[in-house]
Ligand binder design. Structure first.
Ligand code: LIP
Length: 275
């Protein structure tokens, strides 16, 4: 398969490779290999399928676009002007324990501007995809962030890791609960962001995420009409950073509660929903 050396070609490759990696990951999930995991650190699961998925994605990108750089969760890489940011399985703890809430997350970034995002849960066969400025989709259908305007109706997901002290998460959770929100955690930050884009969840907050977990999801939320933090200003591809994505009507309240700033919303001309 050959791809044109432009954003159209990269968008096509992005869709193709996330689906083929999804087939590989699903095969690992269904045949029981997922249960054979090791630990990279506290609460940090690794299966052989993580490495196989990343190698597959890396190889296909390198063969189609040899001058693009690649930055993946398992093997690292380098970050140049044009870079693919890849989590081969996000939600590995779920994957390893038979819970079908995990995904592959792929973003394409040019000079610190996210241009393409894809998040795929092969267990549900749900593919989230967007190109900057063209609106977000699930399996080709336009999606929008929720219209929820009251905290006593809102479900907010909070993710955490050992990278930030527990006390800070507990404070953020207390403030969200005090506002009346339902707070939950499902164990895949990338899926959580896709669910905010899809209106299934009202906000996602994590005080530190790595770029492969959040860059694709943040673009999806912005393209779906949600509000997001300015990730490339408050964090970076190399170091990661704080993450906030929210349905627009409660975004200021979530931002106040957890102390993460919001970027300006995308203007009408920058967001052309396919609907
Ligand atoms: C994990 C996420 C989890 C998040 C962690 C971590 P992994 O990724 O999905 O929800 O809270 O920060 O990034 O290890 O499953 O790819």
């Amino acid at each position: 398969m050959s791809y044109t050396n432009d954003l159209d070609g990269r968008a096509q490759l992005c869709r193709d490779v996330i689906l083929s990696a999804g087939a590989l990951v699903l095969e690992g999930f269904e045949n029981g290999r997922a249960a054979d995991f090791s630990m990279k650190g506290p609460q940090d699961y690794l299966t052989e399928t993580d490495a196989a998925s990343e190698a597959h994605i890396r190889q296909r990108i390198a063969s189609a676009f040899p001058d693009d750089s690649f930055f993946g969760e398992e093997g690292g890489g380098d970050i140049r002007e044009r870079v693919w940011v890849v989590d081969p399985i996000d939600g590995t703890a779920n994957f390893a324990r038979g819970i079908p809430h995990f995904c592959i997350s792929i973003g394409y970034v040019e000079e610190n501007v996210a241009k393409l995002a894809a998040i795929y849960n092969p267990a549900l066969d749900e593919l989230y995809f967007c190109r900057a400025g063209e609106g977000a989709t699930r399996n080709g259908q336009p999606i929008s962030a929720a219209r929820t305007a009251r905290f006593d109706m809102a479900s907010v997901e909070l993710g955490w890791s050992t990278r930030i002290p527990n006390a800070q998460y507990l404070e953020a959770m207390t403030r969200l609960l005090d506002k009346g929100a339902n707070v939950r955690r499902a164990g895949s930050g990338a899926m959580a962001l896709a669910y905010v884009a899809d209106g299934r969840s009202d906000a996602y907050v994590e005080l530190h995420m790595n770029s492969w977990d959040c860059v694709p999801g943040l673009l999806l939320v912005a393209e779906a009409g949600g509000r997001v933090c300015p990730f490339f200003e408050i964090g970076s591809l190399q170091t990661g950073g704080a993450v906030l994505a929210s349905a627009p009507a409660i975004a200021d309240g979530v931002s106040d509660a957890v102390g993460i700033v919001l970027a300006e919303p995308l203007g009408r001309r920058e967001r052309h929903h396919a609907a």
